[in-house]
Design a binder for this molecule. Structure first.
Ligand code: ATP
Ligand code: MG
Ligand code: FE
Length: 335
């Protein structure tokens, strides 16, 4: 079963063809990062304009690289939400037009389900499974008792982990997106400043990063006011330690409580070296299998949308021509 995946929820225009939800045949990503960099973040109007310019090229390139024609496909999967509404609509309209023109069924996919199913492209997902989703807009622990079955057991009450990374990076004058730069500084550091960890109530699987973000930003500003220079490596390392310790500790506790067979990390922040190392070490000790996709599949791409779409399509779900961009879409089960 060959699925064409299309993703335009934020600032990457992406198309990919995936076989049986696990084998990448082609995977094309046109990033707009360069255009948003000088604004220090994603500008929705600019994102939409780029998607319009790129979408047809990217879909054609995905077919070309696969050496396939639309007749070789079984369905088109597209990100329905959450994301920027104007950006989502470009992908959805392209998917509708492509599906209609080629007589193919359509299936709408939740962006975060896509991030989770990026793992299916690397190894078989085994249930019950715990997914730590850490991205630009989400920080969640999702329990999956079976394929297509999602239970949200914890989420951030304020900033997402990626958002905190990007804001701290801004204060350090690092380019957008800041996550990878903070990661690099932290890994090069031999010392770390001490910042608070937000554990919240006993037993809670929720997260909070705004207090940490403010503590780091205030530390930098206070030092500047006193005319002192902060070592950016020490600051980055302190911030990263705090994020990584909370994420690792809560993920382990949830994995134990729900007796999961497999733990996976997903989303852009799962590309973080400090987090990957910490989770790998912790789960090796726990004797629970832990996986994280290669970096290219952690950040936004369409292969993950095709993989999730494959599962949802196989479960019998179909979208139609009234599909609309849904910026606040909730992660619902399809099984
Ligand atoms: P969402 O998936 O929640 O809709 P998004 O699609 O914008 O949001 P992703 O593309 O999944 O988010 O991830 C982008 C985020 O990942 C950015 O905040 C970026 O800084 C962060 N990120 C990428 N690489 C790293 C890294 N090595 N360390 C920390 N953060 C990183
Ligand atoms: Mg992105
Ligand atoms: Fe994403």
């Amino acid at each position: 079963q060959y699925i064409l995946g299309i993703e335009t929820s934020c600032d990457e225009t992406a198309a990919s063809i995936v076989k049986n939800g696990q084998e990448i045949i082609s995977n094309v990503v046109a990033s707009q990062i360069e255009s948003h960099k000088r604004f220090g973040g994603v500008v929705p109007e600019i994102a939409s304009r780029h998607h319009v310019e790129q979408i047809t090229i990217v879909i054609e390139e995905a077919l070309k690289q696969a050496g396939m024609t639309p007749q070789d496909l079984d369905a088109v999967a597209v990100t329905e939400g959450p994301g920027l509404v104007g950006a989502l609509l470009i992908g959805i309209n392209a998917a509708k037009a492509f599906a209609f023109a080629n007589g193919l069924p359509l299936v709408g996919v939740h962006h975060i389900a896509g991030h989770i199913y990026a793992n299916a492209l690397v190894q078989k997902m085994e249930f019950p499974l715990l997914a730590l989703v850490v991205s630009g807009g989400h920080t969640e622990l999702v329990l999956m008792k079976d394929d297509g079955l999602f239970e949200l057991i914890g989420e951030t009450r304020d900033d997402a982990a990626g958002e905190a990374y990007d804001k701290v990076a801004r204060v350090l004058n690092l380019p957008y997106p800041g996550g990878p730069h903070i990661d690099k500084l932290a890994n090069e550091s031999d010392e770390a400043l001490q910042f608070p960890r937000a554990w919240l109530e006993e037993g809670s699987y929720d997260f909070s990063f705004s207090g940490l973000k403010s503590a780091v930003i205030n530390y930098q500003h206070n030092a500047e006011q006193r005319g002192e220079k902060v070592n950016p490596n020490h600051l980055a390392a302190g911030f990263q330690q705090s994020v990584v310790e909370v994420l690792t500790t809560k993920t382990i506790r949830a994995a134990r409580e729900f007796k999961v067979k497999q733990v996976i990390a997903a989303g852009g922040v799962a590309a973080n070296k400090g987090l990957r190392t910490s989770l790998e070490e912790a789960f090796t000790k726990e004797n629970i299998s832990f996986y994280v996709p290669p970096i290219k599949l952690c950040t936004d791409n369409a292969a993950m949308i095709a993989a999730a779409g494959n599962s949802k399509f196989s479960a019998g779900h179909r979208g139609n021509m009234s599909m609309n961009g849904r910026p606040g879409l909730e992660l619902d089960s399809w099984n």
